[in-house]
Design a binder for this molecule. Structure first.
Ligand code: BJW
Ligand code: ZN
Length: 271
């Protein structure tokens, strides 16, 4: 059923107020308005010659470690310059309104933490935790703040202090397993929640994309926030079409400050 006006459905506001356990599951779109390119956006400059999907693999790192390391240093510099946006802040604020909130992200940035979210589960690792590609020992960056490398600059990865092998980004590449504890925490939270928000993810990458389905199987309501259609549309109880930084503050206002919801901005159609 389509709402005739672009606002948050009262049924969604009620469900959020009644929920005991809430999961917020995020992807690259939640950081888009902080200026961080989503994963499947066209890359700029030299990077447009490379397919992000091809760079995020163990094979790419083995064959072209300097291209892959340079790409991650460029992205780390971008994240260090960025600040959390209104969506990250709304998600952090949500923790003060519901009895239990689990924030589960596919993102390798730390913008949820910098907005104040606690105990964020990172399914795909972090840009800020490099480790040895052979012995897995945690490593420090040569420079804590990269000197803003140009997009496309090749940078040789540093070598492991313990064994001399190249240092790799602490992220999860295609074909690699997700961190076991993070995945256990995420599946349990999804299975037990009353309401799950899926925000800014294309819902294409597995096993992360299973989480909303696990929540649905456990009886939870699914709320999707995304300006574009995804495979989750057909399953979600509410599809809020819009930018996360616009929609999430309005969701909170609709649920927790009755009568004070800011005016709709023309996005966020609820279906
Ligand atoms: C906005 C917005 C705004 C824009 N507001 N929204 C089952 C079927 C087929 C394949 C597989 C399967 N199971 C496993 C696989 C293989 C593979 C996979 O899923 N492939 C698919 C692509 C088909 N999965 C794996 O390999 C995983 N490992 C695994 O399964 O291990 C077991 C195994 C072992 C050995 C062999 C086989 C299996 C690992 C997946 C790791 C993913 N890693 C990456 C890179 C991380 C490091 C890095 O950042 O470089 O994670 S890939 C990339 O995709 C990254 C992201 O976290 C992830 C998800 O992307 P996300 O966040 O959804 O971003 P986008 O760009 O896709 O979408 C952005 C969305 O935002 C869009 O919808 C926009 O509309 C929206 N948006 N602006 C709100 N302002
Ligand atoms: Zn090592």
């Amino acid at each position: 059923m389509k709402n005739t006006h672009h606002d948050i459905a009262p049924a969604l506001a009620r469900a959020l107020r009644a929920a005991r356990r809430v999961v917020v599951f995020t992807g690259a779109g939640v950081s888009a308005e902080s200026g961080i390119a989503t994963f499947r956006d066209a890359l700029t400059g030299l990077w447009s010659r490379f397919d992000a999907q091809a760079l995020a693999t163990p094979e790419a790192f083995r064959e072209h470690p300097d291209i892959v390391w340079g790409w991650y240093e460029w992205r780390r510099a971008q994240v260090l310059r960025a600040a959390p946006n209104a969506a990250h802040h709304a998600i952090a604020a949500l923790a003060h309104h519901v009895p239990e909130l689990a924030v589960i992200t596919q993102n390798v940035d730390d913008l949820h933490e910098r907005a104040g979210s606690q105990d964020v589960t990172h399914l795909h690792g972090s840009l800020h935790a490099p480790r040895c590609s052979r012995c897995a020992a945690p490593q420090a960056f040569a420079s804590p703040t990269p000197d803003e490398p140009d997009a496309g600059r090749r940078i040789a990865p540093p070598l492991c202090a313990a064994c001399g092998a190249p240092v790799r980004p602490g992220v999860v590449w295609f074909g690699e397993s997700l961190p076991a504890q993070a995945w256990r925490d995420a599946t349990l939270a999804a299975q037990q929640c009353d309401l799950l928000f899926s925000i800014g993810t294309s819902s294409l990458v597995y096993p992360a994309a299973e989480l909303p389905r696990l929540a649905l199987a456990g009886g939870a309501k699914i709320v999707q926030v995304n300006p574009a259609a995804t495979p989750l549309d057909a399953l979600a109880h509410h599809n809020l079409r819009g930018a996360a930084a616009d929609v999430m503050p309005r969701v909170l206002a609709a649920a927790f400050s009755a009568g004070m919801a800011p005016p709709a901005s023309g996005q966020g159609e609820d279906s």
